[in-house]
Design a protein around this ligand. Structure first.
Ligand code: C5P
Length: 402
């Protein structure tokens, strides 16, 4: 069934970024309806959202226009699978906290029971007011409300500080997760340690042995786990363009080489319930490291190599029985035989095997497709590619069943 999304747009300059959110959702084939508050219309017009969502956008002018003989806010409230409010202003935040309903948006929220995603945006002084923070904490404590941002950075009022609305891709990822989980937070209390990115093994300060991994799969796993309430430690080798902004419950540790990743993973191991090794770790490194850049004429014809420790295999020996250790196997050709071999040889609890020689999936792409195998012989095969975030959710579900 097509998901039905109601977007509430508040009166802030960040409303212009919500146009991109609505456009992406409509392009992805979701049914989208938009409500603009009066002040939102000072920044963007209903016509903008009507055009992007392929449906008339609602304003307070429509409040008393019944649909099929029923009040509009009741119809919309019952219709929505998810309400996302972006930008959430201090005013709408206060109204939601106290159950006030004086416009179409706040009436619709009260008339709905689906999850609500909040993306606040306001000037730093406004955001940091005790009253605003009090209201925010109140809503955060209510399991119905999910949050994304605010981040910190340059604001349209020329301040640099907290209160910047989450970027459209973060809002879209949160929407995707909530639609998948229907708002359940089944990983509250779980501590998940994830490695991602491709390690770099340097020969000298400029040359290294590396691989094309961009870390997108591990970032998707971190996002999915955070959206489900987990505490996440993300040990990442250099990433591509995808970034995970500072997020509550997220500790990000940047490393470069396999040796640095090994140390960070071992240090974080004792606190973790689940360990997911999504990093593309080098298998070998140059046998010698030169502190100064080698002149071209001094480069060797053949490069002596030394092995790199197998991090996941070491973790398998060090972990406690109740901890779950999951590896990845990125393969060309037959993906199953090497994956089964790695599952047993590296003593993993489960492995996700994915092809890297198929178009549109694997390294650097936003989509992936995999087979999940566990040590008890359970096997789950994804019959078509999906977004890395969707695959991350499926893998987290699979780990639950080990
Ligand atoms: O490279 P390979 O296909 O063996 O990777 C399988 C699993 O082992 C992955 O989870 C990867 O992160 C992990 N690995 C590791 N240390 C290495 C090589 C791979 O932890 N040196």
């Amino acid at each position: 069934m097509q998901h039905r999304l109601l977007i509430g747009v508040g009166g802030g300059i960040a409303a212009y970024k919500v146009c991109e959110v609505v456009s992406s959702l409509a392009k992805a084939g979701l049914e989208v309806r938009v409500i603009l508050t009066d002040s939102a219309q000072q920044f963007v017009t209903p016509l903008t959202f009507a055009t992007l969502s392929r449906h008339s956008a609602y304003t307070d002018q429509d409040f008393w226009q019944p649909v099929h003989g029923r009040p509009l806010h009741i119809e919309l409230g019952e219709w929505a699978d998810l309400v996302a409010i972006a930008p959430l202003t201090a005013n709408t935040l206060a109204k939601l906290t106290y159950g006030l309903a004086d416009n179409l948006l706040t009436n619709t929220v009260l008339a709905s029971t689906c999850p609500v995603l909040l993306a606040p945006a306001m000037n730093t002084d406004m955001w940091e007011q005790i009253a605003v923070q009090h209201n925010w904490q109140q809503l955060c404590a209510d399991s119905r409300y999910h949050t994304v941002g605010p981040g910190a950075g340059l604001l349209a009022c020329d301040r640099v500080g907290a209160g910047r609305m989450a970027e459209p891709n973060e809002i879209l990822a949160s929407i995707d997760s909530i639609l998948y989980t229907r708002g359940k937070r089944d990983l509250v209390g779980k501590r998940i340690l994830i490695s991602t990115g491709g390690t770099r093994e340097f020969l000298d300060p400029v040359r290294f042995i590396g691989n094309p991994s961009t870390g997108k799969m591990g970032i998707a796993l971190a996002r999915a786990a955070l959206h489900r309430g987990a505490e996440v430690t993300l040990v990442h080798a250099p990433l591509g363009t995808t970034e995970l902004p500072p997020t509550p419950n997220l500790q990000a540790i940047a490393v470069v080489s396999a040796e640095e990743m090994r140390q960070a993973m071992q240090k974080s191991l004792p606190q973790a319930d689940w360990i997911i090794m999504a990093a593309a770790v080098a298998d070998v490194k140059p046998a010698q490291f030169y502190v100064e850049k080698l002149p071209k004429s001094a480069l060797p014809d053949t490069l002596p190599l030394a092995p790199v420790p197998d991090i996941v295999a070491e973790l398998a020996v060090q972990k406690q029985p109740q901890q779950r250790l999951i590896g990845f196997a990125a393969q060309t050709g037959d993906i199953m035989t090497p994956a089964k071999d790695k599952l047993t040889r590296k003593k993993l609890d489960a492995i996700a095997a994915n092809a890297i020689d198929q178009p549109h999936i694997g390294f650097g792409s936003d989509a992936n497709q995999a087979v999940f195998l566990d040590k008890n012989g359970r096997q789950q095969c994804m019959d078509q590619p999906c977004s890395k975030l969707q695959m991350a959710h499926q893998l987290l579900d699979f780990i639950h069943g080990i």
